[in-house]
Design a protein around this ligand. Structure first.
Ligand code: HEM
Length: 89
C-alpha cells in the first residue's frame, strides 16, 4: 500500500520534473542512487530523512512541499523514491 500511494503521489507532484527518476531542469541532479548520494546531504547515513528534508523544503528551482503535502504523504513519496533509486528506476 505504501509503495502504491507513493507512486501516485510521485506521479501527481514530482513527475513533471522527475519523470523516470530524471531531472528536466538540472540534468545531473537525478533521483538515481549515485546522484542522491552525491548531492543530498546525509543520504548515505539516513536516506529517507535526507529525501524528506528535500521534499519539505525544496532547493533552488524545486518547490517546497511542506504546505502542499501532509507529512504522511511526504513519507510515502520519500519511501517510493528511495525504493526506486535502489532498483535504478
Ligand atoms: C532535486 C525529489 C518535485 C525540481 C530533487 C532531489 C530529490 C527530489 C530527492 C535531489 C536529487 C539530486 O540532487 O540529485 C522530488 C520529489 C518531488 C519533487 C519527491 C515531489 C514531491 C519537483 C518538482 C520540480 C523539481 C515539481 C520542478 C518544478 C528539482 C530540481 C532539483 C531537484 C531543480 C535540483 C535542486 C538543486 O540542487 O538545485 N528533487 N522532487 N522537483 N528537484 Fe525535485
Amino acid at each position: 500500500a505504501e509503495t502504491f500511494n507513493g507512486g501516485k503521489i510521485f506521479n501527481d507532484n514530482c513527475s513533471a520534473c522527475h519523470i523516470g527518476g530524471a531531472n528536466i531542469l538540472i540534468e545531473h541532479k537525478t533521483l538515481q542512487k549515485a546522484a542522491l548520494s552525491k548531492y543530498l546531504e546525509n543520504y548515505d547515513i539516513e536516506p529517507i530523512q535526507a529525501i524528506i528534508y528535500q521534499i519539505q523544503n525544496g532547493k533552488g528551482a524545486m518547490p517546497a512541499f511542506k504546505n502542499k503535502l501532509s507529512y504522511q504523504e511526504i513519507l510515502e513519496v520519500a519511501a517510493y523514491v528511495f525504493q526506486k533509486a535502489e532498483t535504478s528506476w
